[in-house]
Design a protein around this ligand. Structure first.
Ligand SMILES: O=P(O)(O)OC[C@H]1O[C@](O)(CO)[C@@H](O)[C@@H]1O
Length: 525
């Protein structure tokens, strides 16, 4: 284990940052050269990002100044990568081909549970209750591989809004329903309240032993047990697994029940292959590093405030919120490890939608809006349906949108188009100005040969490691989330005020105080 703490200097104070910034400003996108990186079966095309020999050199110097190798080694070997919470961030251990004993034992227990349930054809319905990292990854895997239906019906319930659990339980046969409670902390209000409703639903429907129909996945088995979950139904994860990385733990029980343990194993294998690539590939050929560096150039040097995720694959719709949590919960921070301002803009807002829907929703803004945003296009070379024409159109749209963003359209081109359509010269000159497209908007193209558990696992690990590299360069801890914790504490206080258990805090701002009174009264009415 490496104990030395990383450098605490603000990024903007480093001479290596000044050199990087200047190189990045002078690194155009070269539309005539192809820059391709292969990693764990995935092609990453970074031709749509600026490049230059000076930027390559400055990147190496910057990573060295940030003790990148040491920090990567610390994270991958289970050292204390999460300093503000004093723990490791060792999600890579969960997908290691030869895992440590306790991980292997828990995997075995999970597989046995699934095998038994499958052989008995039990649990036709699964209600997966969890939120954030205890939800998005599983939703993504189930929708990616169960998009055409599964013999088990899976309902996801995350939101504390009572309509969510109401909808999640509606129409299910309580005698053949398994409730999966996924919560690392087993203190999350959403999950505990929804879990309680599910338990009451089982009790009210007269099932013989409601607790036998509940499974918990948590780092606090003691709390789950006190809640009533039987020992044999508690699967463990560890303190050293961050919530947003817990997809790789027993949280994937629902994935295994819905789309098979093979999917879980395949995803783990793909992620492990990306881990090996990240650990070994040289900087210039290292996919997560190159994606991270392009992201830092776009955010901290070129000033793009957001990053658009455009999966050209209907099955990957849930990739957008998954990456949103991963990037924004990890990098939505402004101080470095020493507690000082980073000095440059950090993590962008992440948003998106699958193409081609996205083209009819917000791509106009990406093409001609005043701000624009870098785009990650993600597409599979082969489809798994039987209509090649659909796939041809999907691929064409993906490439066309990207090329338009990259190359743009000059006034001269637009004018020629207008003239050729036969309109009067004056109108052509006017309309051409509306048709100009600046181009030069950065993008990545990530190509999966096809959507398999292996390639999806590799894709998720690619983003995880990219986020880690950005945390290292910006000097921030990507593994904590103190802002979210603050909101949770305030919500607890306000809930007590609304119920009348606590007096209204005079320190509230006027608006909050008004609405606490108003809502408190209407809740009592
Ligand atoms: O798994 P838990 O402990 O219920 O937490 C759920 C989620 O809440 C957060 O703490 C904050 O959103 C996430 O990091 C986590 O994935």
């Amino acid at each position: 284990m490496i104990s030395k703490q990383p450098t605490a200097d603000s990024l903007s104070d480093l001479p290596e940052w000044a050199a990087f910034e200047s190189a990045a400003k002078n690194s155009p996108i070269h539309v005539h050269s192809l820059r391709l990186i292969q990693a764990a079966g995935i092609d990453l095309d970074i031709s749509g990002q600026g490049s230059s020999p000076a930027l390559v050199e400055a990147t190496e110097a910057l990573l060295a100044a940030r003790q990148f190798n040491e920090q990567r080694e610390r994270m991958l070997s289970g050292g204390m990568a999460n300093a503000t919470e004093e723990r490791a961030a060792w999600h890579t251990a969960l997908r290691a081909p030869a895992p440590i004993d306790e991980v292997a034992a828990e995997r075995q227990r999970l597989n046995d549970f699934v095998r038994l349930a499958d052989s008995e054809r039990r649990w036709r319905n699964i209600v997966h209750i969890g939120i954030g990292g205890s939800d998005w990854g599983v939703r993504l895997a189930v929708s990616a591989f169960g998009y055409a239906g599964t013999w088990r019906q899976v309902h996801f319930v995350a939101n504390i809004d009572g309509h969510a659990i109401q909808g999640g339980l509606a129409g299910l046969d309580p005698h053949d329903t398994l409730i999966v409670l996924a919560s690392k902390s087993f203190t999350t209000a959403e999950t505990l309240q929804n879990g309680q409703r599910a338990l009451e639903w089982l009790q009210a429907s007269g099932v013989e032993n409601p607790y036998e129909q509940v499974v918990a996945i948590t780092a606090r088995p003691d709390v789950a047990k006190a809640w009533g979950v039987p020992d044999a139904h508690i699967f463990k994860l560890w303190d050293w697994v961050g919530g947003r990385f817990s997809l790789w733990s027993a949280v994937s029980l629902t994935t295994a029940l819905a789309v098979s343990s093979d999917v879980v194993a395949g995803m783990q294998a793909g992620a492990a292959a990306m881990d090996a690539h990240f650990a070994q590939a040289p900087i210039a050929q290292n996919a997560p590093i190159q994606m991270a560096i392009a992201g830092i150039v776009n955010r901290s040097v070129l000033g793009y405030g957001s990053l658009n995720i455009a999966p050209y694959d209907f099955r990957l719709a849930n990739l957008v919120p998954y990456i949103q949590q991963l990037e924004m919960e990890s990098l939505g921070k402004s101080v470095n490890l020493a507690g000082d301002p980073v000095g440059v803009p950090t993590g962008p807002a992440v948003w998106g939608m699958p193409g081609t829907d996205a083209q009819h929703t917000f791509f106009q803004w990406l093409h001609q809006g005043s701000d624009g945003a870098p785009v990650d296009f993600i597409v599979c070379e082969q489809a798994d349906h039987g209509w090649p024409g659909h796939h041809q159109s999907l691929l064409a749209n993906c490439l066309a949108q990207r090329e338009a963003l990259l190359k743009g359209k000059t006034y001269e081109q637009a004018l020629k188009e207008c003239q050729e359509s036969g309109m009067p010269q004056e109108k052509a000159q006017w309309l051409a100005r509306h048709r100009v497209h600046a181009g030069g908007r950065p993008s990545n193209l990530i190509v999966l040969p096809r959507l398999s558990p292996y390639t999806l696992g590799a894709l998720l690990a690619l983003y995880e490691h990219k986020v880690f590299v950005q945390g290292v360069v910006w000097g921030i801890n990507p593994f904590d989330q103190w802002g979210v914790e603050y909101g949770k504490v305030l919500a607890k206080g306000i809930a007590a005020e609304l119920s009348g258990q606590a007096a209204i805090d005079p320190a509230h701002d006027a608006s909050t105080a008004h609405w606490v009174k108003e809502f408190g009264a209407s809740l009592k009415a």
